[in-house]
Write a protein of this length. Sequence first.
Length: 156
Amino acid sequence: MIQESTPLFIPISHFPEHCKNLKSGNLKPLLDVIHELELKFYKAEKKLGIINFEHTSYEVLGLKGIHVRLLDTVLKLRLVPFFDWQSWKHEAEQYYSNPSGLYNLDIVTLGKILTVLLRSQTIYDARFLEEKIKDRFALNLLKAIVHALQRDNIIS
């Protein structure tokens, strides 16, 4: 018997509706990743006394494997819309140096940024996601996604 598989990427036109159908309880794995990142950064800052982790290894930060959990979580929640991400790459990259701007964006724009982030990892640089985790961009993006879902009363 052949089972129909659910695609991990949702066409951008269906993404807002998908987000509306998310339940608050479904976000627990995402919240767990967020809390784990925050805790690891807090512990590393207290133990190491540094704030910039650019030259600090994943092992020292206690983040080994976190990128896999992050990928697994956002893909299972289907928070990665499918669209021509390369044509939108420049817009997404503007937020890399100013992640505070993420918190005012709608869920579709945040989904686009997440897609660009993940696709850049796969296409261009295998360590790209790790770098974006260490500089806290990924953490800010995940928190902004949860914020947008709650702010716009998308999740129930």
